[in-house]
Design a protein around this ligand. Structure first.
Ligand SMILES: C=CC1=C(C)c2cc3[nH]c(cc4nc(cc5[nH]c(cc1n2)c(C)c5CCC(=O)O)C(CCC(=O)O)=C4C)c(C)c3C=C
Ligand code: FE2
Length: 421
């Protein structure tokens, strides 16, 4: 796809010039009148590795980054829209589409230019790096459709009922600056520099249309440092992600919308984000028996208590030698499972925001991310049970919360979210 939105295109559009220079930067020196006629002398980087095995296609039925096997790093950003023109947003999504597809293929977002008087099209730090299984997952927040009672872009009638702020749960300590947002992008990759490069350039493209509201990075163990495809461990040292949907049938039943609530959401999914601080210092003083009882699983093997191996069935009726439930009544896995009627796809990452200066303690936790057909029928009932009686609550604090509707995938020739616009 090559059109006027393509950063590849040799003609530089006015908007593109603004994001490349910054509204108050070199663009003003060049002068707006000349902008439309400036031609960049394109030169493709000779440092591009051809590592097709590290590429995850951008185009497809579903957005990548949901069913994709988890990469090592994530950046999740939430943005607010500063324009009131729907056309600007459409154009932005077209530009993001072109840029995302290029980066998913391991390319920079623009050719090198010999023009010494404009900033390069790409910031450059991913030069020579492979695609690193980078994925892009875009989502719309409730405030995209309606803000302070106003139908900002004439799309309020298309807002699905599933897209609402979550209720507050007992024990929540949500900080306003870690909530909501009009749009989100989740970028995941096996290389942190590749992921950061992507986020930075998407924001650069969006300059003047969106502002950053919050941003959280996250990490998992890498594939190189342990047994390949092993379940990652969270910062409490437990395997996290053992019980999760993994067949196409599971995904159809649990994750993908069939579009009944809003046709533009067909093959999409609803993302819930919870920023959960983990009280590492308290946990580290807790004895092993209590740690295992908290989750209802063994720490080293990950086996359910009363069983032997990680993937053995969780037997909630099983009794220990004293006749007590092998998995305590307040264990996290018991409350997570309930009667088994609500399921979610968990795709969380650990985070570390260095230190909390007020307490001189580590500021770290879980960037809890899950995907589902309907957060109010899936995440909410599970979290209600947990908020009431989960033993884990002694060791965690929910401090951020957001819901985004992530539409289905983009077809070649189309652009992200075109089913909505
Ligand atoms: C409301 C949803 C959930 C939140 C919030 C949540 C937070 C959270 N979880 C862990 C660690 C583990 N969770 C595990 C299992 C598990 N967790 C949820 C849901 C939420 N967790 C579910 C639905 C399940 C699966 C239950 C089941 O059917 O067995 C486990 C066990 C291993 C596994 O299956 O992944 C761990 C460990 C933390 C540390 C945390 C907040 C910081
Ligand atoms: Fe959990």
């Amino acid at each position: 796809m090559k059109d006027d939105h393509t950063p590849h295109s040799k003609k530089i559009t006015r908007r593109e010039m603004l994001y490349r220079t910054g509204a108050g930067g070199l663009g003003l020196l060049i002068g707006a009148s000349g902008v439309g006629s400036i031609t960049a002398l394109g030169k493709t980087s000779s440092e591009k590795p051809a590592a097709a095995e590290n590429q995850i296609p951008f185009y497809g039925k579903h957005q990548a980054g949901i069913m994709t096997k988890q990469q090592t790093y994530v950046y999740l950003i939430s943005m607010d829209i500063t324009t009131n023109k729907l056309a600007d947003i459409r154009d932005l999504f077209k530009e993001w589409t072109v840029a995302s597809e290029k980066m998913a293929m391991g390319n920079l977002i623009g050719d090198y230019s010999d023009n010494l008087y404009i900033p390069p099209e790409d910031t450059g730090e991913a030069t020579g790096l492979s695609a690193s299984r980078i994925t892009f997952t875009y989502g719309f927040g409730s405030s995209f459709f309606e803000k302070e009672g106003s139908d900002r872009f004439g799309l309020a009638a298309k807002k699905p009922n599933q897209l609402q702020a979550l209720p507050s749960f007992p024990g929540d300590e949500i900080e306003k600056e870690w909530t909501g947002g009009d749009l989100c992008v989740q970028v995941c990759a096996d290389d942190q520099q590749v992921a950061f490069h992507a986020i930075r350039n998407l924001l650069r493209i969006g300059r003047g249309i969106v502002t950053l509201r919050w941003m959280q990075s996250g990490f998992l163990r890498s594939q190189q440092s342990g047994k390949k495809d092993s379940t990652p461990r969270n910062l409490f040292g437990f395997k996290d992600g053992t019980v999760n949907p993994n067949t196409e049938e599971d995904f159809n039943n649990i994750v993908w919308s069939n579009g009944a609530e809003a046709s533009w959401m067909k093959n999409g999914s609803y993302m819930v984000m919870r920023r959960i601080r983990m009280l590492l210092e308290v946990w580290d003083r807790t004895h092993l028996k209590d740690q295992q009882a908290t989750f209802g699983r063994e720490k080293v093997s990950g086996a359910p208590l009363g069983q032997e191996k990680e993937f053995d069935d969780v037997k909630l009726d099983k009794k220990d030698s004293d006749g007590k439930p092998a998995i305590p009544m307040d264990a996290h896995v018991r409350l997570g499972r309930g009667d088994g009627s609500q399921k979610i796809l968990r795709r969380s990452y650990s985070y570390s925001s260095e230190m909390d200066p007020a307490r001189a303690q580590l500021d770290a936790g879980l960037l809890f991310l899950c995907f589902q057909k309907d957060p109010f029928k899936q995440f909410v009932p599970i979290q209600k049970r947990m908020a009431q009686s989960d033993h884990l609550n002694e060791y965690i604090r929910h401090i951020g919360s957001a819901v985004f509707a992530c539409p289905g995938g983009t077809k070649k020739g189309g652009y992200i979210g075109d089913s909505l616009f």
